[in-house]
Design a protein around this ligand. Structure first.
Ligand code: PLP
Length: 393
């Protein structure tokens, strides 16, 4: 029988991981599945970073690290924030964690009291709402759609704020929509927040470098926002280091202290070897990873072009990350090969079963009209996957 806590019973399973598991299952049955469901670069870790990790092993970096990360790593993060984002974060404002996912969990646990509301412009990254709920916060979705490029307007933000609003969480470039907030758009949101000094912002910038429009803007750098923003980042996406599990924050000292206190009782800090390697990664000029960004850019254009030829796929132009998020609501109510499509989950399942292509339903991201397709796959796989999709719709 099932004795799980209410906390875990009420939590949803990560839809992206669930889809990946289902695809793996079908593959084991012998089906030729193309997986476009995971948010994971398909590149190898650059050699210069691997070398740093090997060196760290030989240099015996095998003990517990400081709970908030090695001093040298925090120094490298501080310089990175200055170099790439124009942000001054002193080492005591920085905490290193086991992935940006843990950084986000820490922030929720440290800032939220039960019942505190967190505004999530939807579509949002799949884990935000469950992390907020785990910390007994209340996610408040603000629906955006393709007409505003899936971005929250100042008026929408204003309308969502209540006396219980404690935070706003968003990612730019956005997973899943690929949308990038411009400086003017962030200034518009900041203008609203000026009237509500108790609201904090979590700015998830993990896709910062995977930006085809150029010019990533951190909201912490906008007038009046620095003291009330936590900037979250990590190495999973830009350096293709998903499995190494290193993420970090820069933010107000009291939040950093709280995160360190929490980690001190929960993980004792992030992996030592990975931390050493990340010092090298962050100290390197961004030009060292430009080849991956260029490749993603090429694939984005390829995928937009091919999907654009399929009737019923309504697309915006994602300016960053490595996803497209087509609105496929034109298929709702239709029957394809004997399967009735009533929502995005039906559609994603239909693509998996009939086209052997794994995508993710937009419902998991707070948008039931869309599906998310990751283009972190080879050109050959992308072409084949889209040809298969086209053939079954
Ligand atoms: N934030 C966003 C928007 C993401 O897409 C992801 C990974 O998918 C993360 C955070 C988590 O990254 P990490 O691997 O550092 O935990």
């Amino acid at each position: 029988s099932n004795h799980l806590s209410d906390r875990i019973q009420n939590m949803s399973t990560s839809a992206t991981l669930a889809m990946a598991a289902k695809a793996r299952e079908l593959r084991n049955e012998g089906k030729d599945i193309i997986g476009l469901s995971l948010g994971e670069p398909d590149f190898n870790i650059p050699d210069f970073i691997k070398e740093a990790a090997k060196q760290a092993i030989d240099d015996n970096y095998s003990s517990y690290t400081p709970v908030d990360g090695y001093a040298e790593l925090k120094q490298a993060i501080s310089l990175k924030f200055k170099r790439d984002n124009g942000l001054e974060y002193a080492p005591n404002q920085i905490v290193v964690s086991s992935g940006a996912k843990q950084s986000l969990f820490n922030i929720a646990m440290v800032v939220l009291n039960p019942g505190d509301e967190v505004i999530l412009p939807a579509p949002y990254w799949v884990s935000y709402s469950d992390i907020v709920k785990l910390a007994e916060g209340v996610p408040v979705e603000v629906k955006t759609d393709i007409d505003t490029d899936f971005k929250m307007t100042p008026a929408q933000l204003e309308a969502a704020i209540t006396p219980n609003t404690r935070m706003i969480w968003f990612s730019s470039p956005c997973n899943p929509s690929g949308s990038v907030y411009s400086k003017a758009e962030l200034e518009g949101l900041a203008e609203v927040l000026k009237k509500h000094p108790n609201i904090y912002v979590v700015s998830d910038e993990i896709y910062e470098h995977i930006n085809f429009a150029g010019g990533h803007v951190s909201i912490a750098g906008i007038d009046g926002m620095y003291d009330r923003t936590v900037t979250v980042n990590g190495v999973s996406k830009a350096f293709a280091m998903t499995g190494w599990r290193i993420g970090y924050i820069g933010g107000p000292e009291w939040i950093a202290k709280g995160c360190t206190k929490l980690q001190g009782q929960v993980t004792s800090g992030a992996n030592a070897i990975a931390q050493r390697a990340v010092i090298t990664a962050l100290e390197a000029p961004v030009s060292k990873i430009q080849y991956m960004i260029d490749e993603f850019h090429k694939r984005r254009d390829l995928v937009l072009g091919l999907l654009g030829e399929i009737e019923g796929f309504n697309l915006n132009v994602p300016e960053g990350a490595f996803y497209v998020f087509p609105d496929i609501s034109a298929f709702f109510g239709k029957t394809l090969n004997g399967t009735t499509i009533n929502n995005a989950s039906d559609f994603a399942l239909y693509l998996l079963e009939h086209a052997n292509v794994a995508t993710v339903t937009g419902e998991a991201f707070g948008n039931p009209n869309c599906i998310r397709i990751s283009y972190a796959a080879s050109e050959k796989e992308l072409k084949e996957a889209i040809a298969r999709i086209k053939a079954v719709v």
